[in-house]
Each structure stands twice: as C-alpha cells, then as structure tokens.
Ligand binder design. Structure first.
Ligand SMILES: *Cc1c(COP(=O)(O)O)cnc(C)c1O
Length: 490
C-alpha cells in the first residue's frame, strides 16, 4: 500500500510514497502528513478470526492487511519486543474497574508508559530500513516526558541510528528525566531545553524542514528522521491495541461480538485517539471516541464548538504533562479523512497564519459523529484518583484520571467504555501521593515509597534503580542553540 498526503501535492515531493519512505521523511508536501491511500476493511470476520489469537498474532495479521514494504521477518522481530512486557502472553491487560468501565493498560513496557506500545517495534523497523539502505539516520525526538525515554530505550545501540532527544527541562517528572539522562549509549544524545514542550516540538519541526541543517548532516553522511507521533510508523502500531482491547471485552463476556463501545482516550498529540479512529474505520464496532484533556483543552473546544483557536492560548503546566499540548498534530489526519486535502490545507494554513481555524456547521456535525470530548482540571483528576482507589481498589495515573470526568459527562451509562491507561503510577508519583494522602512537595522517590505503602504495591526494580544510576546526559541549553549542539554530537 502507498501513502498520500494530507495537504495535497507540491512539485517537490512525489504524489505517493511507500511505507518506508513515509517513515523516513514523515513531513509531506506543504508541511502535511502522510496517510494510507485507503484503510484495509477488516470487518467482523477478522474480529471473529482473532477472538483467541495472541497479541502478536493479531498484530501480525492486522499489519499484513496494510501490505507495507517491510519483510515479514523484520515484523516478527519487532513484535517480539512485546515479549519484554510484564506478561508476554498478554502485553495489554484490560481490567474491569466498575460496571461498564474497563481500563486498557498500555503501560506494561520497559519505560512504564504507553509510548512503548508503538516505539518498541518501531525501533526495529526503522533500524532495519536504515541498514537495508546502508544509510545513517539521525532521529530527532521532542518529548514532554514519555516519548523520550521510550525512543532512547528502543534505539539504544541499534545499528545505523543516532538519536537526539529534546525535552523541556523541569517539564517532566523526576522518573522521566532520570530515564533519559541515565541512558549512556554512544548513539544517544539527550538535550534539556529552557522552555516548554511546544518549544521542543517547534524546534524539531523547524529542523526537520531546514535545508541548511540537512546539508550540514549530509556532510556528516547522515539523514534526518523523526520519532514523534506524526510518524505513521508509530501510528500503525497504535491501531492494534484498540482491536485487542475490544476482543478482550468479548473474551471476558463483557460484550457480545459486534456490540459498540466507547473508546475513551487521554489525548495530547492525538496519536492514540487516531489509532482508535482508524480501527473504527477498519471495522471495529465503536459508539464514539471520547477525547479527554486537561486544562489545555483545545481539543474539547474543537470537538464541542468546531473552533481550533490558539489566539489567546498558552500552554498551561498541569499534573498530566504528557498532555500539555496546544498543536495536536495528528488531528490533521482526521481532518483529511473527513474533509479532504484541499480543506485540510486551508484549515492548517489558517492555524499557522491566523492561529485558529473554524469548521462550518456541516463539518462540525460530521466530526461529532465520531468524537465527543471533555477536559478535567488537576484537582478533579486527583479526586478521581482517590475515589477510584478507595471505591474500586484501582490506582490510576493523572493522565488516565482525565478519562473519568468525560466518562461521566459524555457517555451513556448502558454502553461499555474502554478507557486507556497511558502511564504507570510510578511515573507521576508526587501527584498520586498527593491525591491519596494529601502530602505535598514530595520528590518522586519519597512519593513512590508512600504510594507503595498506602496501596500495597511494589516499586518495580527498573524504577528503583534509576535513583542510584549515574547521570550520563548533562546538557541543558537555550532553544536557540539546539542545532549547534546536535551537530556537535554527530
Ligand atoms: C503521550 C501520552 C499521552 C498522549 O497521547 P497522544 O497519542 O499524544 O494523544 C497521554 N498520556 C501519557 C502518559 C502519554 O505519555
């Protein structure tokens, strides 16, 4: 299958590219994104066929329907990384919290957050393409805390790949920062920036589009790619777990085959939600996708009022920092799917020049056939964390907690919900400790211990070790100096 472009075609890029090409240079004509030419239609036959499949069998078959230009042996090697998750036989447990509410836990991978779901296999795929082409690639990653550790973990010591990872200094949890700065493989460079996540992401987008930067890399015999969630090589792995979670509910006798469910997704850059949207379009029985946000509620406003308006918006630092995002990149792929390339180009250009776009009434109605949304502020989130723990003995992180609000406000109670849990409690422990016990200003290490006591949970060894490991990555710079720093590393 080939990939086409959300904003149409300029004269510089070819009209269609292969999966490998879309992975290697994810930015398409006019700054748009690559999307599959069509989505495979799986239908109920596919769901029935995989009712008793393992996660890997399901994944393998789903990927094969996309007919991508990656060897089957490479796909097998990539999917084997799910064996490193807590339970190799079920890397994504789906847990019943209460009547009609199920939580699909996407955080059982090596860095304890859902980015592993896509980045673990993606690392194998990308490295194999680079080796096949006998080229060296620099992967740029911008992270608000979870992409960075997951990207470093997957590319560590992989052939033909170097990674430069930008994070907002002070904008991540201690555990997330330690997961990055204790990585000491020679092919990895971690760079803290004095700024917020959008600064890191904007710097990344600028570098990806910069001809002079590409030229400087060329002199070092290196090409440029990105591991951010605009990369379709990540999105494709995020369709699988939505289908898996649905089949889990069927297996648990919670629903019958064909019954529609809500997918409730804590959203930032919209990769997770887009995976659900594609799964739906491919035949998964979905009632609606519910988009949960924090105080940075641009997506709630878009889905409710049809306006993507950043004119008076500034990123607000919240207790769910992986969702502190204003420009939610993957929304563009939904715009394309619903409204076509000409309109997508118009809307996205308006966002760039006017800092806003507005859907017309017909478009908004169409968007709302698929999505509903609400947002949850930090204090409410903490209340949900405490209540859900006390009433149902289920401990969730502050990102997952945003789903509890929209679950109450957006869903009909008789329809079952799959909400996605995107991080383990260990990654955002000070907020969770505060929610459970009221303690304030605790550092991660103290918070982990107090949660461990209150909730009778073991701190996983890989988290404990972080606090005694040597800091290998010490660079923190102004955003103006990023390019220079990366070239120095190469
Ligand atoms: C990345 C992330 C999100 C947001 O996911 P998107 O796919 O960017 O919408 C939510 N929660 C956590 C913990 C994350 O790491």
């Amino acid at each position: 299958m080939n990939f086409i472009q959300t904003r149409g075609v300029d004269s510089a890029k070819s009209e269609k590219v292969t999966f490998s090409e879309a992975i290697l240079s994810p930015i398409a004509s006019f700054g748009g994104l690559y999307v599959p030419e069509s989505l495979p239609d799986l239908g109920e036959e596919f769901l029935n066929k995989h009712l008793n499949s393992s996660y890997k069998e399901l994944a393998k078959d789903m990927l094969s329907r996309f007919e991508i230009d990656i060897d089957s042996a490479v796909i097998d090697e990539a999917l084997q990384l799910y064996d490193k998750f807590d339970d190799a036989s079920n890397p994504v447990p789906v847990v019943k919290v209460k009547e009609n509410l199920y939580i699909s836990e996407l955080y059982h991978g090596p860095t304890r957050a859902f980015k592993d779901m896509a980045l673990q296999p993606f690392g194998v795929v990308l490295s194999s393409i680079a080796q096949r082409l006998n080229q060296n690639y620099l992967i740029l990653a911008a992270t608000s805390g979870d992409t960075g550790p997951a990207a470093l973990e997957t590319f560590k010591n992989r052939k033909n790949i170097k990674v430069a990872c930008l994070y907002p200094d002070g904008g991540t949890s201690d555990v997330q920062r330690l997961q990055m700065v204790t990585e000491d493989a020679a092919n990895l460079k971690v760079i803290g920036i004095n700024g917020v996540f959008d600064d890191a992401q904007n710097a990344l987008k600028r570098l990806l589009a910069s001809e002079s930067f590409k030229k400087a890399l060329h002199e070092k015999d290196t090409k440029l790619s990105a591991a951010n969630s605009v990369n379709f090589g990540r999105i494709i792995f995020q369709i699988i777990y939505h289908i898996h979670s649905y089949l889990e509910l069927v297996r648990q006798d919670a629903i019958s085959m064909g019954e529609k469910v809500y997918l409730n997704v804590p959203s930032g850059n919209f990769g997770n939600a887009l995976g659900g949207y594609y799964a739906w379009k491919m035949g998964l029985p979905v009632e609606k996708i519910i988009i949960s946000s924090n105080e940075n509620n641009v997506l709630t406003r878009l889905i409710r009022d049809g306006k993507y308006d950043l004119r008076d918006s500034k990123v607000i630092g919240t207790t769910s920092p992986a969702m502190d995002i204003l420009k939610s990149s993957n929304v563009e792929r939904v715009l394309y799917d619903l409204f076509g390339e000409a309109r997508t180009k118009e809307l996205m250009e308006s966002l760039e020049t006017e800092h806003m776009y507005e859907l017309n009434a017909v478009e908004l109605k169409k968007l709302r056939e698929y999505f509903d949304a609400d947002f949850c502020i930090g204090a409410e989130g903490k209340k949900y964390i405490k209540e859900t723990f006390e009433n149902y003995n289920y401990l969730m992180d502050p990102h997952t907690a945003t789903c509890m609000k929209s679950y109450e406000t957006c869903s009909k109670p008789e329809i079952k919900t799959i909400a996605y849990s995107t991080a383990e409690w260990t990654k955002f422990s000070p907020v969770i400790a505060n929610a459970l016990t009221g303690e304030v200003d605790t550092k991660d290490i103290k918070a982990l211990e107090s949660i461990s006591q209150v909730a009778h949970l073991e701190i996983p060894a890989m988290i404990k070790e972080l606090f005694t490991k040597e800091i290998a990555q010490k660079t923190v710079i102004e955003k103006e100096n990023i390019e220079e720093e990366i070239l120095k590393f190469l």
